[in-house]
Design a protein around this ligand. Structure first.
Ligand SMILES: *Cc1c(COP(=O)(O)O)cnc(C)c1O
Length: 424
């Protein structure tokens, strides 16, 4: 069992809370970059290995900029994510644009940026024809269907997943690209999510190696790009072990040695989100209410607007109470937010130290799909993000939303005036 620790001193968190108020998401740049370096090192046997950051995990340009110092590119799936990448100065081969039910203007933008356009379906060929787009770089998303019996609660089983295309459709796409004279062709898959075990991750790599070989044997094309997708999990639970990244790199090296002669120039990549930022973000929130009815509740000043995962997936997020790391965990609480939804609970029947009003509660592993998944139900506002840089400096990298932001799309008499009465 691992001990889940916080990489910041209590004093630093208290000072940030005093200066910026609570709640806030706080990110540890050093942890994030060290982890990426470790990943890159594990795959350094292949000079064409690249890591792309799945922007949806934490779509903040400051984080993308920081990752870019290690040549981490962007995996984008929407206009917003493309514009973020563009603003950070990421373009061309450093962007993978993964389509799924994609509007025309996003294909156009991805094409403008020279991204690797990752088609979700054979029908996307009609979209490109209609838009008269012949991408410089194209990639095709593979869904192996029931052939692959693995799957899990988040992504389901591949045959039930909406992503990617069948083997035959993918071969049709390769023919199309060849006919169009596109010289850069890639393959991609995303069949796994939040996976901690090597067999599943290596199975994905092996499957993609086989597909690359099939394309070469059948179509005479050596793919330029193989994208193993994201899906590398993180240990949310104290009893879980982190993915053995060195073992993954070594396993991949062996698979390449076995299967991939002649693919030495092929760029290979992962496009991880969760594994890159997840463990390096924390949601810090203050205990502001308690109630004792049939259960004991602690009400905090964050809610599902700041972190959906527990309410949405029943996900476990570890919680520590600032300054009470060594106190006995002799109380049982539901730690809840203020939404009118009973699933707005960060922890259910959790053993914790006695919590006093005003205590700072640290919710772990919120660096991916934390702030980014938030929503404004009940008119709840999303909160600030703070980065602690490797050199120790602290920056608010996103301010709190205001009611003005929330109402910006409403044109209604006196709404702005009345908002001004409650917003400073
Ligand atoms: C969500 C997603 C990822 C990242 O998944 P993680 O589980 O966060 O690593 C990568 N690629 C695509 C296309 C995705 O949709």
């Amino acid at each position: 069992m691992s001990v889940k620790t916080v990489p910041f001193s209590d004093e630093l968190i208290q000072n940030i809370a005093a200066k910026y108020g609570t709640p806030f998401h706080i990110y540890d740049e050093k942890g994030m970059l060290d982890n990426v370096k470790r990943f890159q090192k594990a795959f350094s046997w292949n000079p064409n290995f690249h890591e792309y950051f799945a922007v949806k995990a934490t779509p903040n340009p400051w984080i993308m900029k920081s990752l870019k110092t290690l040549d981490v590119g962007s995996d984008c799936s929407s206009m917003a994510e493309l514009v973020l990448a563009e603003s950070v100065g990421i373009k061309g081969e450093e962007i993978v644009f993964s389509a799924n039910d994609t509007p025309d203007e996003e294909f156009i933008k991805a094409h403008e940026l020279g991204a690797i356009i990752n088609l979700d379906d054979v029908s996307n060929l009609d979209d490109l024809e209609r838009l008269q787009i012949v991408p410089e770089r194209i990639c095709f998303r593979y869904n192996p269907g029931p052939e692959l019996t693995r799957g899990n609660a988040i992504i389901g089983t591949p045959e039930e997943a909406k992503y990617g295309m069948t083997y035959d459709q993918l071969m049709t796409c390769v023919d199309w690209a060849k006919k169009k004279g596109i010289s850069y062709i890639g393959i991609h898959t995303m069949v796994i999510s939040a996976e901690l075990e090597l067999p599943g991750l290596l199975g994905t790599i092996s499957m993609m190696c086989d597909l690359a070989n099939d394309i070469r044997d059948k179509k005479g094309i050596t793919v330029d790009f193989i994208d193993f997708g994201g899906g590398i999990g993180i240990p949310y639970l104290p009893e879980q072990e982190a993915v053995d990244i060195e073992g993954l790199g070594e396993g991949a090296r062996k698979l390449f040695e076995e299967k991939m002669a002649g693919f030495e120039k092929t760029r290979i990549c992962f496009e991880c989100g969760r594994a890159i930022t997840g463990p390096y973000g924390f949601l810090v929130t203050k205990a502001i209410h308690y109630k004792n009815i049939y259960r004991n509740y602690i009400g905090v000043d964050a809610c599902m607007a700041d972190l959906m995962r527990p309410g949405m997936y029943g996900a476990y997020h570890h919680i520590t109470v600032l300054g009470k790391a060594d106190a006995p965990k002799d109380h049982v609480y539901d730690v809840v937010g203020s939404l009118c939804e009973n699933c707005d609970k960060f922890a259910i029947q959790r053993k914790l130290p006695e919590i006093d009003m005003g205590d700072l509660i640290v919710i772990h592993d919120t660096g991916a799909h934390g702030h980014s998944m938030g929503y404004n139900y009940n008119g709840r506002l999303r909160h600030q993000e703070i980065m602690v840089y490797e050199d120790g400096s602290v920056q608010q990298i996103r301010r709190n939303e205001t009611l003005f932001d929330l109402f910006a799309t409403l044109d209604f008499p006196s709404l702005k005036e009345n908002t001004a009465k409650v917003e400073k």
